[in-house]
Design a binder for this molecule. Structure first.
Ligand code: NAD
Length: 495
């Protein structure tokens, strides 16, 4: 698609970026193939820009730049890397409103969410790892006078960071920040569905004075650029966040080449509501956990398990709460729910709504695509609630990744745990109870990498983040991320 084909009615402000270029070495470049893909504006369904459809040639160019940058970057002082990253974070702070507008425009999420969650968190990611690296130190292992034994944590080399579309800059920075702070050079690939914030971020890196090749950002689809990136012989480690199937495909390529791999994958998270919960707070927070970001957060609680004694009361209050949510223009301050990220994803979520009906689900609210006035071609969906579905049916087993939840009654703690643990996924769960005994017993038995008690998505960047079963392999966050992006080298000097 050529730029000349762009619709003239769309705004060409600084947040509707019409051309997404690769950041390779010290500049922004068109793909070597000359191929482009269309960038859609989810709120209106219109094409508003073109994205570099990069390929193996661009991967090679980025790899050479990253390789050339590695010796100086990996031996620079932690303080100098930290200073540079903090300068970048200051520029992000300066442009917070622009970044938030870009993110909302490109992704369809409410501007208020981008402004209050995505961009502040992206800035925190940079600041957190820029300062964490100043506190890292070599571990010494006392050998009772026999030897001086210590373990160095050294940067790996050129690493790949691949991120999804749901929290674009938030997850992009979650990966590149520890990788860069630890002294690696990076080739990053944001999602082709939401590339704009990473492109603007590339410009900020240039403005901050990043040395050429330290960070390279390639745009394009999984097959065109993701695949050659992960299979490139020189890439030593891959940090991937995205779907479970993609994670499996990447693992199949990376494993025989002995690349280090961190996989943060899908989820089908359970929310466990016990009868002794703080009722009002639980209703309100479980609705937030279900529908934030249009239900497109890997941590969203999409299966709500409710103790039978309060099931009807909870259902009534939950449905009322959800019916009050306003779906519409992501730019409007009163929109609680914006647009779904893309038409294919909207159709996928709609197909799950049909599946839920065919599996015998009773629709309690929502279930339809909607066409807000002035945004008739946008990708909007009512927040949708089902009940009456077997915990083992496909609707309750497969990740939908949209604004669709099911309500499931349970009788005992054992049954709640059985239902919570019965999917192939194991990312996160939340438990709502005022009994600390229940809370800690259930937390210890939930098969998830993260358990929240009486809260949801209350994050601390120091904590290990990741899932079990098909939700991933490995942990990122805090020291875990810095460990992933370094190789341990043990040195033993005999006394
Ligand atoms: P996706 O797997 O389709 O794509 C993720 C990224 O991988 C994109 O940049 C894509 O272009 C790239 N990619 C696709 N095929 C590739 C290949 N063969 N080789 C290399 N790269 C390839 O996922 P998505 O649809 O963008 O994101 C949604 C998924 O991400 C959901 O399953 C969600 O649960 C998951 N997710 C997980 C976490 C977590 O922390 N566990 C966080 C956010 C999202």
């Amino acid at each position: 698609m050529e730029t000349s084909q762009l619709p003239s009615s769309l705004p060409t402000t600084n947040f509707a970026i019409t051309e997404i270029l690769n950041y390779i070495g010290d500049g922004l470049y068109a793909p070597q193939s000359g191929k482009w893909i269309s960038n859609f504006h989810p709120a209106s369904g219109a094409v508003y820009g073109k994205i570099a459809e990069s390929g193996a040639d661009d991967v090679q160019a980025a790899f050479e730049c990253a390789t050339n940058a590695f010796p100086a970057w990996s031996t620079s002082t932690a303080k100098s890397r930290s200073d540079l990253m903090l300068r970048l974070a200051d520029l992000m702070d300066r442009d917070l409103e622009i970044l938030a507008a870009i993110e909302s425009y490109d992704n369809g999420k409410p501007l208020t969410v981008a402004r209050n969650v995505d961009i502040p968190r992206a800035i925190s990611n940079i600041r957190f790892f820029a300062t964490a690296i100043l506190h890292s130190s070599t571990e010494a292992h006392d050998m009772d006078g026999l030897a001086l034994n210590y373990t160095l944590r050294q940067p790996i080399g050129v690493v790949a960071c691949i991120s999804p579309w749901n929290l674009p800059l938030y997850l992009f920075t979650w990966k590149i920040a520890p990788a860069l702070a630890a002294g690696n050079t990076v080739i990053a690939k944001p999602s082709e569905i939401t590339p704009a914030s990473a492109f603007y971020f590339s410009k900020l890196c240039i403005e901050a004075g990043f040395p050429a090749g330290v960070l390279n950002v390639l745009h394009g689809t999984g097959p065109s650029v993701g695949s050659p990136l992960v299979s490139h012989a020189g890439i030593k480690a891959i940090s991937f966040t995205g779907g479970t199937q993609t994670g499996a495909a990447i693992a199949a390529v990376a494993a025989p080449k002995f690349k280090k791999l961190s996989l943060e994958l899908g989820g089908k998270n359970a929310t466990l509501v016990f009868s002794d919960c703080n009722f009002e707070e639980t209703v309100s927070e479980t609705a937030r956990a279900a529908f934030s970001n249009q239900g497109q957060i890997c941590l969203c609680g999409s299966r709500i398990l409710i103790q039978r004694s309060i099931y009807d009361q909870f259902k009534q209050a939950f449905v009322a709460k959800v019916k009050a949510l306003k779906v519409g223009d992501p730019q409007a301050v009163d929109s609680n729910i914006g647009a779904i990220v893309s038409e294919p994803h909207l159709l996928k979520v709609l197909s799950y709504i049909e599946l839920a009906k065919s599996e015998g689900g009773k629709l309690l609210s929502g279930g339809n695509r909607i066409y807000p006035e002035g945004f008739e071609n946008g990708y909007y969906l009512e927040p949708t609630i089902f009940e009456g579905l077997d915990p083992f049916c496909r609707t309750n087993q497969e990740e939908i990744f949209g604004p669709v939840v099911t309500l499931i009654p349970f009788d005992t703690e054992e049954e709640a745990l059985q239902f919570a643990n019965c999917t192939p996924y194991g990312l996160a769960s939340s438990v709502w109870t005022s009994n600390i005994g229940t809370a800690q017993r259930v937390a210890s038995k939930l098969q998830t990498g993260i358990v929240w008690i009486n809260c949801w998505m209350l994050r601390d960047l120091r904590t290990p983040f990741g899932g079990v079963k098909q939700s991933g392999v490995g942990r990122e966050g805090g020291w875990e991320a810095l460990r992933f992006f370094t190789e341990a080298k043990n040195v033993c000097i005999k006394s």
